[in-house]
Design a protein around this ligand. Sequence first.
Ligand code: AMP
Ligand code: ZN
Length: 473
Amino acid sequence: MENKVSFYNTLTRKVERFIPNEDGKVAMYTCGPTVYHYAHIGNLRSYIMEDLLEKTLRYVGYDVKRVMNITDVGHLSSDADTGEDKMLKGAKREHKTVMEIAKFYTDAFFEDCAKLNIKTPDVVEPATNCIAEFIHMIETLIQKEYAYESGGNIYFDTSKLEEYYVFSSQSEKELLVGVRDDVDEDANKRNKSDFVLWFTKSKFDDQELKWESPWGVGYPGWHIECSCISMKHLGEAMDIHCGGVDNIFPHHTNEIAQSEAYLGHKWCNYWFHVHHLNDKSGKMSKSKGDFLTVSLLESKGYDPIVYRFFCLQSHYRKPLEFSYEVLDNMSAAYDKLVKRIGTLDRTGEINRESFASYRAKFEAALRDDLNSSMAVTVLYDMLKDDMTDATKYALAESFDEVLSLNLTTAHAAREADNRVDAVLEQYVLAKIDERAAAKKEKDFAKADAIRNELLEKGIVLEDTREGVKWKKA
Ligand code: AMP
Ligand code: ZN
């Protein structure tokens, strides 16, 4: 296939031309969210850029199958059996069961994704659906002597591998081994870098979800779900595995260790990692208490898609700092952009040559290590160029298959919203007058009925010294 796309492969530490296992087809896997809380906009940066990769591949002609897990089994934040179980913490915080928490935050995650035009993967699989597959993989690893039982738990034996730290340069490897010296070591392990595949004995006895297994009642370790869920749906060879950079070690390193030991051959060729979104105080995290969510941005009056626009203006391999100042600028630029596109006259001729030439420039930007800010520049250049409006409109519509910024629909939707708001305002003002008249005549029952009627329609009245004010609930 002539469609050349290049991106940075963490495994080889260079930008590489992408060549799938099967011509024209892409098997792609994404580490999904841990559903114990809302996703913060840092998490969503990773999903936006992975969505961009998927849509770029589709745009240039690949048939992509994308799979994502949902981490609904609690796992400890360390392989040394330390740290809190996040799912359990979420359940305690909200006085719900772990499964109720998982359901609520899985739905919330996909609602956020929809607001950011992130396509739902072809397959979404919760970890709790696949316990039998996890047990099967662990049994095979024990048979092949890559895993051992110790102190009631099953561990992966990293000393059996030729190379364990596959993503790291030599100096990083030394550092990682050093880091491991500091952790509160689990005395059951044969080697410091070994990790748990199945727990039956943990320091944390109050685990809510537990399953029968050949080694006793327990629950899976942190990494097994992604190996099993990807193989269940994508088979024994995968093209691209995605995640944020924090997943590189230990999560993806351990996924490779257990998957390749299980399969006996190479598993995934390309590893795509998105750098972090930071706020002024550093890396964003869900455990920091007050974190940035899509709903928070909405409550401050931002259209969530402006956040997508913000992400697309910077490269996935650079850390990105969030600030409201920049988001305000993006918001203003986005308003102008969609107005410009929305007011193009679509009735003329589409010039096929110009269309093809700009589409090629747009594709070239994306094929070159997913240069999304350059792709946005091509959009601006195209709008400035001397071409028919119809050509520009058709190009904007085409580019939006990848950018997903509602380029051709946002302006009309906003105008319609403004019209609805104007009609609503007229209606509410008339009701406020009617209520004032009722009060004057001391007909308080009628005045209350009017207030309640508005409340049912989602309109709240406030009596202030300056008069009656109203807002949407
Ligand atoms: P989690 O729900 O914690 O499992 O994380 C979901 C995804 O978000 C993973 O791919 C993480 O690597 C990614 N991630 C976590 N923090 C950030 C951040 N600050 N910026 C970008 N991606 C992140
Ligand atoms: Zn994963």
